[in-house]
Design a protein around this ligand. Structure first.
Ligand SMILES: [Mn+2]
Length: 325
């Protein structure tokens, strides 16, 4: 058994009929892959299942092209009626806030199974499997499916591998040898690593690359504190409307002489999305935490709401400088 909780979770699923599975706000491919892998499994047991996403979130171009993306139910957790459901499975989500995207929405009164690899996870479930050494939640779901002796077909192997590839930034952010053993197993089941990598990292719209040009142009180097940063206002975001630029992951953390990179974008007026990407041994998750965000040592994120663009950017930079020392 990969997890001591595997059997208990399986029993819980078997006893349930209407099952909810969530994507976290601003879903990434790992959120998507882990949720729909669980969806496929639950469906195989003839259960009714729904995959929920808070309606304030948008899907990236990459996710829009994936099978199952049209099954996502966009919901307002504030008014959602949980009554007819008997189980809530939450993959890749560190807190209820990351699911509901609203501090006022209370955790629903039904059994919750939390499966996550964020060290910042708040353990808000009845059963919580948290493994910060896992590269991705998809890796954990794969191990659960193995424990449940599920017959993983080529399609599911591809979905699972996509989640692992995404969260490791194309195998850059993982040093756990076990991850590569699991990757090898998924490839053995028919998953196509080259095709996934090509679609995820080497296929971008022309407009996205032009948008990156603006980010490069605006990139600043704080030499004293050894980090680079860029901030784009709502005016720019609204003009390009690019919801999956990946500038942070691809470029903000490759610059010589830096410990980390910060990419800020005002996606909505007075709502600044902040992505931190560490380099080497620098832990950016502590900076994200100061803003109520979270994530991993080398990749973390947060949101700063309610301040003007200039004020929000200054606030983020001040905290970055505090931790840079
Ligand atoms: Mn993840």
């Amino acid at each position: 058994m990969n997890f001591k909780e595997s059997k208990e979770i399986l029993n819980l699923i078997k006893r349930s009929n209407n099952i909810l599975i969530n994507l976290h706000r601003g879903p990434d491919p790992d959120s998507f892959s882990s949720a729909f892998s669980l969806y496929v499994f639950v469906q195989s047991l003839n259960k009714d299942a729904s995959v929920l996403l808070v309606k304030t979130s948008e899907l990236s171009d990459y996710l829009l092209q994936q099978k199952y993306s049209d099954l996502i139910k966009f919901v307002d957790y504030k008014s959602f009626d949980f009554n007819k459901y008997d189980l809530f499975i939450s993959p890749d989500s560190a807190s209820w806030q990351q699911i509901a995207n609203d501090n006022e929405v209370k955790i629903p009164d039904l059994p919750i199974v939390v499966i996550d690899h964020h060290s910042t996870n708040e353990r808000f479930g009845k059963i919580n499997i948290i493994d910060p050494s896992a590269s991705s939640c998809s890796e954990m779901v794969y191990k659960l499916l193995v424990d449940w002796k599920f017959d993983i077909d080529v399609e599911l192997a591809n979905i699972l591998l996509s989640g692992i590839i995404a969260d490791t930034g194309g195998f850059v952010f993982s040093d756990n040898p076990e991850t590569f053993i699991l990757v090898s197993q998924l490839m053995g089941l028919g998953a196509n690593k080259t095709e996934i990598m090509s679609k995820m990292f080497r296929t971008r719209k022309f407009e996205t690359v032009k948008y990156w040009g603006i980010c490069f142009e605006k990139l600043e180097f704080d030499k004293e504190h050894k980090f680079v940063w860029v901030a784009t206002s709502y005016e720019i975001e609204n003009k390009f409307k690019i919801n999956d630029s990946n500038f942070a992951t691809l470029f903000s953390n490759i610059i010589d002489g830096t410990n980390f990179g910060v990419v800020m974008s005002e996606d909505e007026p007075k709502s600044l999305k902040v992505s931190f990407r560490g380099r080497g041994n620098f832990d950016v998750s502590v900076i994200a935490k100061e803003f109520g965000g979270g994530g991993h040592k080398l990749a973390a994120g947060a949101k700063v709401d309610g301040l003007s663009f200039g004020e929000a950017v200054e606030k983020v930079l001040a905290v970055c400088r505090k931790y840079a020392k």
